[in-house]
Design a protein around this ligand. Structure first.
Ligand code: ADP
Ligand code: MG
Length: 728
């Protein structure tokens, strides 16, 4: 039983009191179809709002099944509404962007029902109100009468014992009105239905009780049809919305209004792109800063180079090289590290070529031929470099002289290879094996302390070079006759020459017996080809030479595929037992201060950006979500708490953020793998790792949560009646 005893409702406005209704007494029961009439302003709506718990009263007592309600808190009213009351409004209060089905489903999802389980119930209700054809039509496309049918179906789906209808036909033409009233009567046989309407004539035939109001008072309260009074109004089962239903609604709301979806997509994309691109370009600037700085010790200071040696300073074995090659981010290894820092300058007439030794292999020669004999050279350069473009015939002509402080030779360029990754002014060279042996000698002299001793006399090693000749037997040495002065009787034949070479890795001695003393002329054919013989004073066998300089690999250079791999590669190499010196790091020390400035700068820029974006997006989102007020008011009239509304909105925003971000990340992956080609973007994506991607996603989620919380606070600032009233 719903009972009012001397209940009055006052409105306080602008310091004045207005009366909604005064001293109303009423007993209503299940099974009744109550019709309330009266002129505008007579207090009908106020009475309905109090009866349905949408509004409080000031005076008197309202009883629900005998329970007095004056002590009711907001939460008590909410529970009362959820257990007992459904409302039907003049302006329908439906969700226009949902279909007929979804509108009815909404109230059941809010009640924690299972989406699949309720399908037949909803279909049944839709048939009952005669909208089978419009099941999946958007409510915004329906006529007024059809909309009110949806509202009735929704009230039935809500399954409460009391249905309160405030002028349900106020917005309908007379034909639609009578149809709606008839439907209302038919579908609500064993409920308590309270209808406010002006269509008195139409509805009188259904009414069991007629109430006429005037000036806030009940003038007439006439029972037309006596019904079996059922004192107890049974409440329906009240369940809370499940998290899965909140997700279903959040995802639905994310996509169901195309324009809102596009705007939100644009905002999230803007935030993502701005953050990522700023971070990326700052990172690129930082890396390039390092590229411009240089290493003071190494000629080849590309960032991709890592110099390694064994922790115990022992030679690196073949199997160790193999395990290095197996590391995923290694491009190639240069076993003899000394070659990396060896520069070459060659001249032939007016052609000057300078550069470094080529490190990785070259298989195809673009012009000329490959090396297949002694004293041959291949030049590698940019296809636009002057000599290799305009004068390539000239480059292949004649003999080049080459020398450094330790060796000199002459060689012929036989082939040209084009490599556009080189600059136009820098070349790389591949030498035939005999020429490489000379370069090896030169690098060894530089990297070792060499002592040559004959008869306790130490020779000047720069003026008395060692020649490698396999015409000299192992263990012996041929000596130029200009060294005879160091020996007894001016003859070194059968003397012993002691050689010692040492550096941080080794200390090796060999003693060789002089088995021939040769003149300048006789020495010519000891070494083939074009090697300049004049400075060479000792000729020894290759095996002895290797013993002397201990030509094992103590120190090598590893080149990584990408600069960003350096750190990880160093770690892997350390794990394999190597000391590492990353050129990038040794340069970083030089550039440390600039780096730190960059880091602080980056932090400030990103920080300012995050804050600015946050406010801009919040402002735009606020405008977009203003239009969503009616949706959340509808949820409230269906019995949703603030927390539920906020949760649903959070799910919606997180869905939008995740959707946008996923698309962005897919795009980034395509760019990174060069499937979509933007040189700068590709470069940028290389510097952005998982950490940065997660960080940006976190920002998006954070923005979504804050937005949902603030918006929730805003829509619940006002009561339903006020929010509802503002929309009329
Ligand atoms: P009806 O629905 O019969 O047209 P209402 O219940 O809306 O009448 O209004 C009854 C009285 O209460 C009217 O005098 C109206 O001015 C007053 N009233 C209604 N709502 C408010 C309100 N929110 N603030 C102040 N006065 C109100
Ligand atoms: Mg009214």
């Amino acid at each position: 039983m719903l009972k009012l005893k001397n209940v009055s409702k006052y409105y306080y406005q602008d310091g004045m009191i207005a009366s909604g209704f005064t001293k109303v007494n009423l007993d209503l029961n299940l099974g009744e179809f109550v019709v309330i009439t009266g002129e505008s302003g007579s207090g009908k709506s106020t009475l309905l709002n109090v009866l349905s718990g949408l509004d409080t009263y000031e005076d008197g007592e309202m009883y629900i099944n005998g329970e007095e309600t004056s002590h009711y808190t907001e939460e008590d009213y909410l529970n009362y509404r959820r257990s007992y009351v459904s409302n039907i409004f003049q302006n329908f209060n439906l969700v226009n962007s949902y279909t007929v089905y979804e509108n009815i489903e909404l109230t059941m999802l809010m009640n924690g029902r299972d989406k699949r389980e309720i399908k037949p119930i909803i279909e049944d209700l839709i048939n009952k109100v005669g909208l089978k054809k419009y099941r999946h039509t958007l409510v915004s496309k329906l006529s007024g009468g059809q909309k009110q049918r949806v509202a009735i179906a929704r009230a039935l789906a809500n399954d409460t014992p009391i249905i309160v209808c405030d002028e349900p036909t106020g917005a309908l033409d007379s034909k639609a009105s009578s149809e709606i009233l008839k439907l209302l009567y038919e579908v609500s046989k064993d409920k308590l239905v309270i209808v406010v309407t002006h269509n008195k004539a139409e509805i009188e035939k259904y009414a069991t009780r007629l109430i006429r109001m005037h000036d806030g008072k009940i003038l007439e309260n006439k029972v037309i049809k006596k019904i079996d009074l059922d004192d107890q109004i049974k409440s329906r089962d009240v369940n809370n919305i499940t998290w899965i239903n909140k997700v279903i609604l959040g995802v639905r709301n994310a996509f169901n209004i195309p324009i809102k979806f596009l705007l939100m997509f644009a905002i999230y994309l803007l935030i993502t792109v701005t953050l990522i691109s700023n971070y990326g370009s700052l990172k690129i600037a930082e890396y390039e800063e390092i590229n411009y700085s240089y290493s003071s010790y190494f000629m080849d200071d590309t960032d991709k180079r890592i110099i390694i040696n064994k922790k115990d300073k022992s030679p690196i074995t073949e199997s160790e090289y193999q395990s290095i090659e197996k590391l995923s981010n290694i491009e190639y290894i240069v076993k003899n590290d000394l070659y990396n820092d060896y520069s070459v300058y060659m001249q032939n007439g007016h052609v000057y070529l300078d550069g470094y030794l080529r490190k990785d292999k070259v298989t195809n020669v673009d012009y000329g031929k490959n090396i297949n004999g002694d004293n041959e050279i291949i030049v590698i350069g940019n296809p636009d470099s002057y000599y290799l473009k305009e004068e390539k015939e000239e480059v292949l002509k004649g003999t080049y002289a080459f020398s450094d402080e330790n060796v000199s030779f002459r060689g012929k360029v036989v082939g040209i290879v084009y490599d556009s990754s080189l600059s136009e002014y820098s070349y790389e060279f591949i030498f035939s094996d005999n020429l490489m042996q000379l370069i090896n000698y030169s690098t060894n002299i530089n990297a070792n302390k060499l002592k040559i001793n004959i008869n306790k006399n130490y020779l000047n090693v720069y003026d008395n070079r060692i020649g490698i000749s396999n015409k000299v037997p192992e263990g012996e040495v041929y000596l130029k006759d200009n060294l005879n002065g160091y020996c007894n009787n001016y003859n070194c034949f059968n003397s012993i020459v002691n050689l010692n070479a040492t550096n941080i890795y080794h200390n090796d001695n060999i003693a060789l017996k002089v088995s021939k003393v040769v003149s300048e002329n006789n020495s010519k054919d000891l070494i083939d080809g074009q090697v300049d013989n004049s400075y060479i004073s000792l000729y020894i066998n290759e095996k002895d030479y290797n013993k002397l300089f201990n030509n094992a690999s103590y120190q090598s250079s590893v080149y990584v595929k990408e600069v960003k791999d350096v750190e990880l590669a160093c770690k892997d190499l350390n794990d394999l037992g190597f000391n590492t010196l990353a050129l990038r790091e040794s340069k970083r020390n030089d550039a440390e201060m600039i780096m730190n400035i960059f880091k602080i700068f980056r932090l400030i820029v990103i920080g300012a950006l995050v804050i600015t974006l946050f406010f801009i997006s919040y402002f735009i989102m606020k405008i977009i979500y203003k239009s969503r007020n009616s949706y959340y008011t509808t949820l409230r009239t269906l019995g949703s708490t603030k927390k539920v509304c906020v949760n649903i909105l959070m799910n919606e925003l997180i869905t939008l953020a995740t959707f946008t971000y996923t698309l962005f990340v897919i795009f980034a992956i395509l760019v990174k793998n060069n499937i979509i080609k933007f040189a700068y973007l590709t470069k940028m994506t290389k510097y952005i790792g998982l950490k940065e991607y997660l960080f940006v996603y976190l920002i998006l989620i954070l923005l979504s949560l804050l937005m949902a919380l603030r918006y929730g606070r805003k829509i619940f600032k006002n009561s339903i009646i006020k929010t509802y009233g503002e929309r009329l």
